[in-house]
Design a protein. Structure first.
Length: 300
């Protein structure tokens, strides 16, 4: 691993862009945290220090996110984060209970956490220009980002939630694609795998997205409520993401109360026969949605 020793703030202003790029490239070197966690300890610390310097630099300095930095910073994020996730630790066992079960944590988190922090500060920089970044943050990038939501590490999913929310806010041309791909994740989850670690986080993002939908609601959005959100109630592990799901549905009903009756009727189709926690969740949902019914339509 090449060492770029000089600190960014110690360099002359005309040297800083090149030095910034050198340090970003230095952080593209990957290390083994799984099969040999004690290997390369010195160089792991060198990379960690370099990442921290990048975070501080992009947070405190202005005018440093130049056009040449976009491909370097986005590539560094992709090299470090876009990877094949390990197989689920309990693929066929009981559903994961976040209050009882211990998640499998990402061994490389000492580096990954700082990469996420750098990328967030990069996206949130006053100098950030989506018109330049869209050359590199494209549909392929979004698809790889969404794949990471199946990580078992809740710390990673929390960062991903914020990153995707920022991208949705800044890249108008990617919004429909992001919604479509989240739909696809949910369809696979409901009808094929019934296993995905990031459903709660994706629903939390959708809660904000739905809140911003213009009125009257588009037909595609109503279809999303009835054909995607409601069937999520039939999956066995509903209790893991029920609060986020209920919030999304209530957002729809507050925007268009006429959807309340078909929502409740659709919900009743998924009433469980033998799963008590799910019965409680669905009962709470029905009571919540009943309160949204327009006056005169409530049944006694």
């Amino acid at each position: 691993m090449q060492i770029t020793g000089k600190a960014l703030l110690d360099a002359r202003p005309e040297e800083r862009e090149d030095l910034f790029i050198q340090k970003i490239r230095q952080c593209c070197v990957l290390f083994d945290f799984v099969s040999d966690p004690l290997s390369d300890l010195k160089w792991k610390e060198v990379k960690r220090s370099a990442l921290n310097e990048l975070v501080e630099y992009v947070t405190t300095q202005r005018g440093i996110v130049t056009e040449a930095i976009y491909p370097e910073g986005i590539t560094m994020f992709a090299v470090n984060l876009f990877r094949t996730l390990p197989p689920p630790s309990n693929p066929n066992g009981a559903e994961f209970d976040p209050e009882e079960d211990e998640p499998t944590l990402e061994a490389a988190w000492p580096h990954l956490q700082i990469v996420y922090e750098f990328f967030l500060r990069f996206l949130e920089s006053p100098d950030f220009q989506p018109n330049i970044a869209k050359r590199y943050i494209d549909q392929k990038f979004v698809l790889q980002l969404l794949d990471l939501f199946d990580s078992e590490d809740p710390r990673e999913r929390d960062f991903l939630k914020t990153v995707l929310h920022r991208i949705y806010g800044k890249f108008l041309g990617l919004r429909a694609y992001i919604r479509k791909q989240i739909n696809n994740i949910f369809y696979r989850y409901i009808y094929e795998t019934q296993h995905h670690n990031g459903v709660a986080e994706l629903l939390e993002i959708l809660g904000s997205i739905i809140n911003g939908f213009a009125l009257p609601l588009k037909e595609e959005h109503k279809v999303f409520l009835l054909k995607v959100l409601l069937p999520l109630h039939k999956v066995k592990s509903l209790s893991v993401y029920h609060p986020q799901l209920a919030y999304c549905v209530v957002q729809f009903l507050e925007k268009d109360p006429s959807l309340t009756e078909p929502t409740i009727m659709g919900l009743l189709k998924f009433w469980p026969k033998v799963h008590s926690p799910k019965e409680v969740s669905l009962l709470l949902a029905v009571l919540t949605f009943q309160l949204k019914l327009p006056a005169g339509r409530k049944k006694s």
